[in-house]
Write a protein that binds this ligand. Sequence first.
Ligand code: ZN
Length: 398
Amino acid sequence: MNISALELLVREQEGMEFSGRKEIAELQLRKLNRLLKREKERGSFYGGLPEGLSSLSELSRLPFTTERDLREQGNRMVLLSQSEIDRVRTEETSGTTGRAKRVYYSAADNERTVSFFAAGLSELVGPGERAMICMPFSGPGGLGELIAEAICRLGARPIPAGIGKSYGELLEVLEKEQPETFVGMPVPLLSLLRLRPKTPLRRALVSADACPGTVKREIEKRLGSRLYPHYGSREAGLGGAVTCPAFFGMHLRENDIIAEIVDEKGRVLPEGEWGELVITTIQAEAMPLIRYRTGDRTRLLSGKCPCGSALVRLDVVTRLEEGGLPMHELDNLAFRIPELIDYRAELVNGALCLEGCVSRPGGRFPEELGGYPVRWKLREVSMEDAPCYLAKRSVSFV
Ligand SMILES: [Zn+2]
């Protein structure tokens, strides 16, 4: 098996001959200490932290950065002047909980992300091919734009489909452009493949949402190839970790990000144990974060990957959610029904009301999912019907 493109990129970026665990740890410590020194000189939000650590294990003594810190004191975490900022990404608040969360990037930060995307995508996109991007496009430095740039660098053509389109419109794009690759969220991809089983798509990189086992298997069966899950977040600079051709977890770009897994009390867990992912963005120029609690649940896979890379791998990532029936679990159960294209769910008085779109009615639909009794409301979907309704997949608990 060829070594992963991400491993080769990390070696090239850092001028390393070989990246074993020892070399990676030394590199991370060096970058972390450089960052702590910058913070101290700047007197920023992190200015009170020690100026340097003697080993990476001392990182666990530093305080966490929470989402609330980011919302309320994010401007104190910015290390560049406004003129050096290339892009600000704002997440609107959904309610009355105060300020929006803003993350800032420099041109160098975005360049780093594009190189990472290009390495990850090079495993599945070849020169002369077309790749459909179902991610948000929001102007220069936007997520969709950075992915498109990465695809161009591979000599392939990006098809910017964006988000918020109906499945009917997406099917038209597929028909017209005939892309071999899909980049976007897993469930909409499965819905597309179930709506139109005959597809030009051969491969896919999925991101921005948890990809439950059922959804993954169904997509792989229909594409006839393995799926490439990716993990990213605004805080991680949009790109974070990506699957290699060994399909054994997602390699983290460890020359840019240090990952820790902690339990509810914030204690660092050993490799292999599930907990909350905490990241330190040691390479970020505009707005580095130290020990940011992501609210995402995963574990680190230890040992060398069959692809030959020693870069640590993340297992499946889901949101840390309390109680109820998390969306990814519901997806995992609901999409076992082969006729199901898409659904909306509501939990009313202890029963799940599922409004589903199906390829044909009359199949066997379970009376219970995840321990909840289910009331189905189904309607058959024709191609003319596909717009609008299907794009509204969501769950609400009342
Ligand atoms: Zn690998």
